[in-house]
Ligand binder design. Structure first.
Ligand SMILES: C[S@@+](CC[C@H](N)C(=O)[O-])C[C@H]1O[C@@H](n2cnc3c(N)ncnc32)[C@H](O)[C@@H]1O
Length: 220
């Protein structure tokens, strides 16, 4: 084959690859912006969240953490009616991930499933109606992002049950953590001191909303 013909074929191949990638990129962007529109519309239509749900700034914080870490395998303990789950799953729709979320309350679980559907995020969420005390132990993992927001007295158990299934580089977030507060029964202080004592975790406390302890796993 002549040199010029070979060169021509290579150029043609490269142009085809570029056009194919651009088309794929455009399709992905279109799908993403459709999800954005649906989620934003759903959130804007809500008159309020009344089922112990996180405030919006905490939802946005969870969204940002998932995007920043490019996390793909998330676990939420305590779905309620789905406010935090919507923010986490919205971010996962961009990273190509999926959320397992657990709640023990039938009514709230049902409303959450309806809300996930209305927000256009059902494909990114596996909502389980179960007692997290047992299900968290049973789930195989691995997870790279966790949001713990169910019964506070069980926080330390949830953390220890998930820890072996959390990847290095992964992030474990815990809601309603306050600096200096004991929490009813002393759970808050005990939990905060415990997680901060772990040498393979690096924790910071975000107090802009309801108090989110952000703990990155740095080593096994
Ligand atoms: C603070 S709310 C979660 C709010 C939710 N993250 C949001 O922002 O929309 C706590 C939820 O944990 C659930 N919960 C409490 N104990 C549980 C358990 N043992 N297993 C599963 N869910 C539990 C409650 O039913 C409640 O809906």
């Amino acid at each position: 084959m002549k040199k010029t013909m070979r060169f021509g074929l290579v150029v043609l191949f490269l142009v085809s690859i570029t056009l194919f990638s651009l088309e794929l990129g455009a399709q992905t962007l279109k799908a993403t912006s459709e999800i954005d529109k649906k989620v934003e519309k759903f959130l804007a239509e809500q008159s309020g969240w009344y089922d112990m749900n996180v405030p919006s700034q905490d939802g946005k914080l969870l969204y940002d953490l998932v995007i920043k870490g490019n996390y793909k395998s998330a676990l939420e303990i305590g779905t309620s009616t789905g406010h935090s789950g919507i923010y986490i799953a919205w971010a996962l729709s961009k990273t190509g991930g999926k959320l397992i979320t657990i709640d023990i309350d039938k009514g709230r679980h049902k409303t959450a499933v309806e809300n996930f559907k209305k927000a256009g995020l059902s494909d990114y969420i596996d909502a389980r109606l179960a007692d997290a005390h047992s299900l968290v132990k049973e789930l195989e993992g691995p997870f790279d992002f966790v949001f713990s927001d169910a019964d506070k007295g069980w926080y330390k158990n949830y953390f220890n049950d998930v820890d072996p299934k959390l990847t290095v580089g992964g992030c474990f977030t815990t809601h309603n953590i306050r600096e200096g507060s004991s929490g009813r029964g002393g759970w808050n202080q005990e939990y905060l001191v415990y997680v901060r004592s772990l040498e393979n975790y690096e924790s910071t406390l975000n107090s802009d909303g309801g108090g989110v302890l952000i703990s990155y796993k740095r080593a096994e």
